[in-house]
Write a protein that binds this ligand. Structure first.
Ligand SMILES: [Fe+2]
Length: 273
């Protein structure tokens, strides 16, 4: 077999892996359970979505399927951790209508991602402010937390939810976010899992993140995580401990360029017990 034949064979083999996942057919629900209180009380159920990346390569129908998956679980709360768009939403009104189905079913909280506007976007000639995305989220009736904390009650539980700014886009401000000592458990919404180091001295218990897309492209046989743009590549996906605290990193719903290899998109149903 010469080099050309070998490369042709490799391309065919790769295509067989790419096609099913890049069409979004494998979008699935991931169930997780985490002992946040550990008191045997009722479970508080959070649907966690991330990185929708509404764009020409991630159609609203795909995002709608993610919404269907989340709503089928009757979550108590819904959290969405940024990158609603890749640059500009092709159909802002349509995206707001799809997302409004989430907030109509349960209180829905969000933080912003680097693609939604800010310093990182501005450096690429895109929006320096996330106004276009905020307008969509306002229309979708989302509560966007930008260095803010809110108290939620569900299933007889009280939980602090803090959303911080995206690490690459705007300053993260734990003081402004009222991340002070509190007897109640605190979940942080932060797009980029590297944010953990920025808020290491603040009190929190669990951080929900996205950003990595789980690597998005994993070349067969190499176990590659080639596209995860994080400093700490121990935290690419999954529910993982960090000292006494935990991070959950979603592989996300959408993708850049619509391409995923061996890294299917997901919606997560997290049961906190
Ligand atoms: Fe993303």
């Amino acid at each position: 077999m010469n080099r050309r034949q070998f490369l042709g064979g490799l391309a065919l083999a790769s295509a067989a892996v790419v096609v099913p996942v890049s069409l979004g057919q494998s979008l699935a629900l991931t169930r997780r359970r985490h002992a946040l209180w550990g008191d045997g009380g009722p479970a508080l159920r959070i649907a966690h979505l991330s990185d929708l990346h509404a764009s020409a390569s991630v159609p609203l129908a795909h995002i709608g399927r993610a919404v269907d998956l989340a709503l089928a679980e009757n979550p108590d709360l819904i959290c969405v951790t940024g990158d609603f768009v890749t640059s500009r939403a092709p159909d802002p009104g349509g995206l707001a209508a799809v997302l409004r189905r989430l907030s109509a079913a349960a209180p829905t909280f969000a933080c912003l991602g680097n693609h939604d506007g800010g310093l990182w976007s501005a450096r690429r000639g895109r929006d320096a402010e996330p106004d276009a995305v905020l307008e969509i989220l306002r229309a979708a009736d989302f509560r966007v937390l930008r260095n803010e904390t809110t108290l939620v009650s569900a299933r007889g539980r009280e939980l602090l939810i803090t959303g911080v700014e995206d690490l690459w886009s705007f300053p993260i401000d734990p003081a402004r976010a009222a991340m002070t000592l509190d007897s109640r458990k605190r979940v942080v919404l932060a797009h980029n899992p590297d944010t953990k180091d920025e808020v290491a001295r603040a009190p929190w218990d669990l951080m929900l993140c996205g950003h990595t897309h789980g690597g998005q492209v994993r070349v067969p046989f190499f176990g590659g995580r080639l596209t995860a743009p994080v400093r700490d590549d121990r935290y690419i996906e999954g529910l993982l401990p960090w000292g006494a605290r935990w991070l959950q990193i979603s592989r996300g719903v959408g993708s850049i360029w619509g391409l995923r290899i061996n890294c299917p998109p997901e919606v997560i149903l997290l049961e906190l017990v």
